[in-house]
Design a protein around this ligand. Structure first.
Ligand code: ADP
Length: 460
């Protein structure tokens, strides 16, 4: 791949060479034919004007001189008096033309449909130095008047030679300017990019040294800022990864230590081979299984490996069923009440949505304090169904609120939970609700409690 400087240089060189060639073609090659064409057009136009006046106007012959002067032509009219005349520069060959030559021109015009353009007759430019043209037209009136318009064509060879020299100089100047421009653009455009690139190579290590240059153009500045942002994001992601590993290891170690401890104890002391101890091992193994399952679930959801299987579901019924599973906690002092509007349907993935409700309710139980009331409601709100799970527990502070949906974020790391929690429940909930395109959120105040809510569009 070519460097930017090379590409800029190449583009500028092509443009300048193109311009010089264009200049050469028009100024040198086409100058003579274009000049001749314009002269031919003039004699034809003048002849048209005279014919028109002859046919439509009277007493205009005075203006003939003016016409010849303005167009730098010489005019001869052969007709009845007073229009039989020759007007123009005294050197004009139309004054000197003899009757043979006249007849020659007229018969040429006759043979070409009453109008002909004659070039370079020997009598036109006696010295042979100057090219010239005569346009002869025969009128279709009774007296068959003849109009002849003559124009000399000045030689342009000297002009062309001058132009050739000029183009040579212009070419040299343009090429030099383009070379300087390329160098300048290289400094302006390529250099900052090279510097930023060199610095960006450090990015994978999370290091990005900001390239300092006051003369950066907007795009380079933006690229610089994007890379700074990327470096910060990489650092954050790196930190999050480290946190995750340390949190997961911590949560895995606790049950593993218990399992190992109880297992060794039962091995060493046959008397300890009791059902309660085996139950601890089973309980801790379950905890491990929950944690591993949740981690797998989250990773699949985040990498979009899980597809929803949405069907029309009676949400009222579904929520009621899930809440009923928790009524057993009433014996521990929890009061779980519900206010569910009947037969509200929505299109959801049933299993995944049960996961969401379970998470909200088990969190409500886990984070309740003295007031152990929990209130679940499902109601119609405009064209949506709104589900709310409210508790009167410890609540969440304003700073922590946005973070609770992040995996492994725990407000109170020491909190002893009534229910098992992997610490990533809400991150799973977030992924599931996002996949459902649901609206959701939490309203919470410290020591007052929290209300987790979800809104889904209603299915009729
Ligand atoms: P955990 O297993 O820790 O409960 P979650 O992802 O379910 O994990 O919740 C993340 C964090 O959000 C919790 O650690 C807790 O700090 C906070 N949280 C969740 N629900 C509630 C609630 N109802 N009341 C107070 N804090 C809550």
């Amino acid at each position: 791949m070519n460097s930017l400087t090379w590409k800029i240089g190449k583009a500028l060189a092509i443009v300048s060479i193109g311009l010089i060639v264009l200049l050469f073609v028009f100024q040198v090659q086409l100058l003579e034919p274009m000049y001749e064409q314009s002269k031919i057009a003039t004699v034809k136009r003048v002849s048209d004007e005279i014919v028109y006046r002859l046919e439509h106007e009277e007493d205009w012959s005075e203006e003939l001189y003016q016409i010849s002067l303005e167009n730098d032509v010489c005019i001869r009219i052969l007709g009845e008096e007073p229009t039989n005349m020759t007007v123009g520069n005294m050197g004009c060959p139309l004054y000197r033309i003899n009757s043979f030559e006249l007849i020659e021109l007229i018969s040429e015009a006759q043979s070409e449909g009453n109008a002909s353009l004659s070039k370079d007759h020997h009598w036109m430019a006696p010295g042979g130095e100057m090219k010239s043209i005569v346009y002869t037209r025969i009128l279709e009136n009774e007296s068959q008047d003849v109009v002849m318009v003559y124009s000399g064509i000045s030689p342009v060879d000297a002009t062309i030679n001058t132009l050739k020299k000029q183009i040579l100089y212009i070419g040299g100047i343009v090429i030099l300017t383009m070379a300087l421009l390329t160098l300048w653009l290289n400094r302006k455009i390529a250099k900052p990019l090279v510097e930023i690139n060199a610095s960006a190579k450090e990015l994978s290590n999370g290091n990005y040294v900001q390239v300092q240059n006051a003369n950066h153009y907007l795009e380079a500045e933006e690229l610089n800022e994007t890379l700074i942002q990327a470096a910060q994001d990489i650092q954050k992601a790196d930190q999050a990864k480290r946190d995750l590993i340390s949190n997961v290891s911590h949560d895995l170690r606790t049950p593993l230590t218990m399992i190992q401890g109880y297992g060794e104890m039962m091995l060493d002391l046959p008397d300890e081979n009791k059902t309660e101890n085996i139950e601890v091992i089973v309980q801790e193994s379950k905890r491990l299984k929950y944690l591993v399952n949740d981690l797998l679930d989250l990773s699949k959801l985040q990498s979009h490996q899980i597809e929803l299987h949405c069907t029309k579901v009676n949400l009222s019924k579904l929520v009621e069923e899930e809440v009923k599973k928790y009524l057993i906690y009433q014996q521990d002092g929890y009061s779980i009440s519900m206010d569910i509007e009947e037969d509200l349907y929505s299109s959801v993935d049933e299993q995944r949505f049960r996961q969401v409700i379970n998470n909200f309710i088990s969190n409500a139980i886990n984070y309740s304090t003295n007031n152990k009331e929990i209130y679940v409601s499902v109601k119609k709100k405009d064209s949506n169904i709104r589900l709310e799970v409210q508790d009167y527990g410890q609540g969440i502070s304003k700073e922590d609120l946005p973070m609770i949906w992040d995996r492994y974020y725990k407000v109170d790391k020491q909190h002893i939970r009534v229910q098992e929690g992997s610490g990533i429940g809400l991150s799973i909930v977030k992924e599931i609700l996002d996949l459902h395109h649901a609206q959701y959120g939490v309203i919470s105040e410290v020591d007052q409690g929290s209300t987790f809510w979800v809104e889904l569009s209603i299915e009729q």
